[in-house]
Design a protein around this ligand. Structure first.
Ligand code: GLY
Length: 425
């Protein structure tokens, strides 16, 4: 089978790595891919929103299946476009992708179908939004309705912070039309975790739980990033919470989809806060998480292609997904200055020394080969060094021992990935 993977980050490198282990996969194409993906597949430089260009590539190369990593093409309707051309593609269609594309759509869906979530109000007028801040008080969360590259959610501990957030989104229009409307949401207290699930529209099969580390510095200090590391499983999702999430979140999710006439085939990612009363959904994403995928796929024993085929054929109910009884940790190595401005084209050394280490894989995010074929940094998040272990602390130790072998100028990483999971063991 020939597969096309769309995207260029660590998540997509993890797809390619997992698919490369499948006997059923003969060739992998990547658009646009990265240096790591180019070692297992052929990278083609086409825009991920150039749907006619992508369809042409798929038809000319007899690609059997396309797998989409990032949310932007999903929200823009890539799945509908491919399906109209009679091509097999893994991911939710445009209507379903609104669950990530519009936070208001997602919140109203949750509230209508009894999916536990924080209380919220919707505003299209900044003055009305500011009156609400005066009325409900702080802390609270201000969210831009549309996609804002992970920067549209602002936690406000003081009223001036909340007013500034409203102005930034609705008056200064930092995120353009994504800020036409906002949500003001109750701040929910508890630890956050992620539960991703495969969904064929009838059946939801949750994966192993995981936990992301969004802040740039140790101890969850500093600004939010695209993710500095993750580990799986996350002990904060106890068996009880897992079952509760399955029932209260995913079963109601399916009921809601059916009532709304939405076909949902792909992965649904529930970002949850574990409160004293159980899980509350912070957000739905309509795709695999990054860097959660980098710790969940190495624990997947089953063939990823079998699961994707079952989703597309609506046969998930017939499938039992098998998982390793191990832990997995991914620590992201970033360029100096990330998530602010940073320099690129720093030579990366030592990666070759890690390739033969058992239970270790370095997923590439922002990497490229120079004209002299030297591996260089090409983005803010550069590599996700990932290791498996029989326990979480063994996985953590192996990850950090491996990082010691890798170097590039300005390399930054958190030293406490997984530490919250250890405290709970
Ligand atoms: N790790 C969060 C996300 O993928 O959106």
């Amino acid at each position: 089978m020939k597969v096309l993977v769309i995207g260029s980050g660590g998540r997509e490198h993890a797809f390619v790595w997992k698919l490369n282990n499948s006997k059923k996969v003969s060739n992998i194409l990547c658009v646009p891919g990265n240096a790591g993906m180019s070692e297992m597949g052929v990278c083609v430089d086409i825009g991920i929103l150039d749907f006619p260009g992508l369809v042409k590539l798929v038809k000319e190369n007899n690609v059997d299946l396309t797998i989409v990593g990032p949310e932007v093409p999903l929200v823009s309707g890539i799945v509908d476009y491919f399906q109209n051309e009679g091509l097999a593609i893994f991911g939710p269609n445009k209507k379903a992708a609104q669950l990530e594309g519009s936070k208001i759509f997602a919140k109203e869906f949750m509230s209508k179908y009894n999916i536990p979530t924080a209380r919220f109000d919707v505003f299209d007028d900044p003055q009305e939004a500011k009156k609400c801040v005066e009325k409900v008080g702080v802390p609270l969360v201000v969210k831009a309705d549309g996609l804002a590259g992970g920067k549209g959610v602002i936690i406000c501990k003081t009223k001036p912070e909340a007013i500034a957030a409203i102005d930034m989104i609705m008056v200064e229009r930092k995120f353009g039309s994504a800020g036409d409307k906002i949500i003001i949401e109750e701040m929910v207290v508890g630890e956050e975790a992620s539960l991703m699930a495969f969904c064929d529209g009838e059946t939801v099969l949750p994966m192993i739980s995981s936990q992301d580390h969004k802040r740039v510095f140790d101890g969850d200090e500093g600004t939010n990033t695209g993710g500095m590391g993750a580990y799986a499983p996350a002990p904060v999702i106890t068996e009880e919470i897992y079952e509760q999430t399955k029932k209260e979140v995913f079963e109601n999710f399916i009921i809601g989809l059916k009532k709304e006439g939405i076909e949902y085939k792909g992965v649904v990612y529930a970002g949850v806060v574990i409160t004293k009363k159980g899980p509350k959904v912070l957000e739905f994403n309509v795709r695999f998480g990054d860097p959660e995928t980098q710790v969940v796929l190495p624990l997947l024993k089953s063939d990823m292609l079998d699961i994707i085929s079952a989703v597309i054929d609506k046969k998930l109910d017939k499938l039992v997904i098998e998982w390793e009884k191990k832990s997995c940790v991914c620590v992201v190595l970033t360029s100096q200055g990330y998530p602010g401005s940073y320099e690129k084209e720093k030579e990366i050394s030592g990666l070759e020394n890690t390739k033969k280490i058992k239970d270790v894989v370095a997923f590439h995010s922002g990497t490229a080969f120079s004209s002299e074929k030297k591996l260089q940094t090409a983005g803010g998040r550069v590599l996700g060094v990932t290791a498996l272990g029989d326990s979480l602390d063994k996985a953590i130790n192996l990850t950090y021992q491996t990082i010691d072998k890798i170097k590039f100028e300005g390399m930054h990483y958190r030293k406490d990935i997984g530490a919250r999971g250890i405290k709970k063991n």
